[in-house]
Design a binder for this molecule. Structure first.
Ligand code: CMP
Length: 215
């Protein structure tokens, strides 16, 4: 099972056995905070099943979602690498299963399979690219454009249809684009009235053949 997680793919059978014994399995129900921004952290998590949101919040309860992660992704590695407090909070969006590695076990993985360092570097580079794109979207687009580009970013091709892969609430989308839920509600209704999208029980289908070039 560990072999299906990209993070562990460079390990030999013996090393996988070792890690299998080391990496604790943890089941966490939906809606739980796994850790909070600013905490000390000496564990990293790979996602076996479920989904989490990585977010930053303020004292008024407002939050911005930096990323939604799913099976095969990992998080919590930054505090292990730079020994700084957690850079963001992470909470489950669904009942989830993780394999957790402590600092020491992470180092054993790196020693046994140096390829893991490449996997981590590639993931960090991808995160930086995504973050750059997000900064430019937040700084340069109006809310309408931010909602449209977020929907397109999350969309996957499913049976020939462009569907937003995640089942997200309007509040989740609002927290991804830095807007109020009411504003997102108005924009989704407008996009739907114009025939660009249809929304059915949290599943958003994008009618890409009808989209204007500016969408
Ligand atoms: P760490 O800082 O230990 O704890 C929070 C984790 O969230 C961090 O490690 C990363 O694994 C993850 N994380 C932080 N920022 C982002 C981002 N922009 N995109 C994806 N994951 C992130």
């Amino acid at each position: 099972m560990l072999r299906t997680i990209p993070f562990f793919q460079g390990l030999s059978d013996d090393d996988l056995k070792l890690i299998d014994g080391l990496a604790m399995e943890k089941h966490t129900p939906k809606g739980q905070v796994i850790f909070s921004e600013g905490e000390e952290g000496d564990t990293m998590f790979t996602i076996v099943a479920g989904r989490v949101k990585v977010f930053i919040g303020d004292e008024d309860g407002r939050e911005i979602i930096l990323k939604i992660l799913g099976p095969g992704d990992f998080f919590g590695e930054m505090a292990l690498i730079d020994r700084q407090p957690r850079s963001a909070s992470v909470a489950t969006l669904e009942n989830s299963v993780f394999r957790i590695l402590s600092n020491k076990e992470f180092e054993i993985c790196l020693e046994r399979a140096p390829r893991i360092a490449t996997v981590v570097m590639q993931a960090l580079a991808k995160r930086l690219r995504d973050a750059d794109r997000k900064i430019s979207t937040l700084a340069l687009m109006d809310v309408y454009g931010r909602v449209a580009s977020t929907l397109l970013e999350l969309a996957i091709n499913s049976n020939g249809k462009l569907v937003v892969g995640e089942k997200l609430s309007q509040q989740d989308i609002a927290n991804m684009v830095g807007a109020s839920r009411e504003m997102v509600n108005r924009i989704l209704k407008d996009l739907s009235d114009r025939g660009y999208i249809s929304v059915e029980s949290k599943t958003i289908t994008i009618h890409d053949n009808k989209l204007p070039p500016s969408f």
